[in-house]
Every structure is written in structure tokens, then in C-alpha cells.
Design a protein around this ligand. Structure first.
Ligand code: UDP
Length: 242
């Protein structure tokens, strides 16, 4: 398989989008309750201070390089990193092949109605896709047994969890064996974008590696999270010297 490169203590797979899709397909076939993570700079920074998250990422079957920051860091550290594999794009690629392969999805997370809207959008874009269930991402611990039952009983091949980082990774790791789903992926704001509640940066901004700036402009509440980026760059530069 692909090479795993270590960035600030987290091993990230040096994969192209096509290799990531192929890997997920193998994990579906293996039926081993696998976890796939999409590591952007913010997640990698968080993992330096959150041992539980770091351990979950290092135990995940696939960690894709989500974001220009992760690709830059790998290359700065002297590794080969073919391209960015954004979580949103990975989900679209998997949904595209799902009708012909028969892959079933469950959409868990985001505000009420958002997961249903994302389901409707997927059905419109990917004719014949099977979305076997949805559940919003706002719950108490008392609701968890019912959520787990709902997901388990609907028997998806792929569970998409959009609860934000690190909640989605921790939730999936804690419940993966009860859920018994071949592949679970933490997908952050993917349903918000699919539902049209949040826009993705225009292609030219994505190409110029400015998607983070676009998100901050659109959701000023997120702007505070941007301080993680220069800190990430400093940390990676320093980690190379050591
Ligand atoms: N969310 C959720 N439950 C929570 C907290 C957040 O379902 O308890 C959802 C939120 O509505 C949003 C997603 O998780 O749809 C997080 O999106 P964001 O873009 O912030 O993801 P991140 O950048 O953390 O990956």
C-alpha cells in the first residue's frame, strides 16, 4: 500500500485521490470496522495536544492528506505527497461509484435537517445511490444507544460522521465495534456544504490553496481557528530541525 509519512507525530498516508478510493473499497470488502480520517493542519495541531486523538489517528486504517497545509508539511519534511485529498471530495468520489458498486451510506451529524438535505442532494447527483439512514449530530449520552441501534440496523457499508473534530473521531473509535460498519469516515462540514448551507471556495481559490481564507471570510466565527495555521507551520519547521 501507500507510504505513511509522519507529521507532528501523526502518520498520514501519501495517497492520491484514486488510491484513497481504492483503499476504502478494500476496507469495505474486508469488513473490519475500519476508520478513515481526513487530516488537515488543524486536526494535526490538535493531535499534538490531544493524545487520545493522536492515538485514534495512528490506529486508523487510512488517514488522507486533507488540506494544503498537510501536503505542504509532508513535502517540507522531505516526503513525497502526491496531492491533496479533501474529505469533501473523497465523499463525492465514493458516492459517484456507489450506485454501480451497491455501497450503502448512513449520514450521521450536522444540525437537524442538514443530513436530510445532504441525502436529497446525493440522490439528485448520484442517481440510484442508497442512503439507508440519517441522524442529526446533536444528542446527549442518553440518546446514544438508540443512535447506535439505528445505524447498526440500517447496515450501511460507509458511515459518514459529521460531528466536528475531534468529536467525530472519538465517537467512531469508541463505538466502532458496536456499530459494525465496514468503513466509518469523519467528514466535518461535508453535509453543510452538500446541503448548500455552507459554500465551498471557488476552484481558483482551491487551486491557489486559499480555501481556508474563504471559509474564514464566510464564517467569521471560524476566523479564530486560523491562528492554528501559522502555529502549525512553525511547529513543522521546528520538528524538522530536531
Ligand atoms: N456538529 C454536530 N454535533 C456537534 C457539533 C458539531 O453535528 O455536537 C456538526 C456541525 O453542525 C457541523 C459539523 O459538525 O455540521 C462540523 O463542521 P466543521 O466544518 O466545523 O468541521 P471541522 O472543521 O471540525 O471538521
Amino acid at each position: 500500500m501507500s507510504e505513511r509519512v509522519e507529521i507532528l507525530g501523526v502518520k498520514v498516508d501519501a495517497v492520491t485521490m484514486a488510491q484513497a478510493v481504492e483503499c476504502v473499497e478494500k476496507l469495505i470488502a474486508a469488513k473490519k470496522n475500519s476508520i478513515v480520517a481526513t487530516a488537515n493542519a488543524e486536526m494535526l495541531m490538535r493531535a499534538t495536544k490531544d493524545e487520545e486523538l493522536k492515538n485514534i489517528l495512528n490506529a486508523a486504517e487510512l488517514v488522507v492528506p486533507d488540506g494544503a497545509g498537510t501536503v505542504w508539511a509532508a513535502r517540507h519534511l522531505g516526503y513525497k505527497m502526491p496531492e491533496r485529498v479533501a474529505g469533501f471530495d473523497l465523499v463525492q468520489e465514493l458516492m459517484k461509484i456507489a450506485p454501480s458498486k451497491g455501497y450503502k451510506f448512513f449520514l450521521f451529524g450536522s444540525a437537524p435537517e442538514i443530513a436530510d438535505k445532504a441525502k436529497a442532494k446525493a440522490e439528485e447527483l448520484y442517481s440510484g445511490i442508497k442512503i439507508v439512514g440519517t441522524r442529526n449530530g446533536y444528542f446527549t449520552s442518553a440518546d446514544e444507544p438508540a443512535i447506535i441501534e439505528q445505524i447498526k440496523n440500517s447496515q450501511p457499508d460507509i458511515l459518514l460522521a459529521a460531528l466536528g473534530v475531534p468529536k467525530q473521531e472519538k465517537w467512531l473509535a469508541a463505538h466502532k465495534n458496536e456499530l459494525n460498519v465496514p468503513v466509518s469516515i469523519g467528514v466535518g462540514g461535508t453535509f453543510d456544504v452538500m446541503a448548500g448551507a455552507v459554500k465551498r471556495a471557488p476552484k481558483w481559490m482551491q487551486r491557489a490553496k486559499l480555501e481556508w481564507l474563504f471559509r474564514a471570510m464566510l464564517q467569521p466565527s471560524r476566523a479564530g481557528r486560523l491562528v492554528a495555521l501559522p502555529k502549525f507551520v512553525m511547529k513543522v519547521v521546528r520538528s524538522k530541525k530536531n
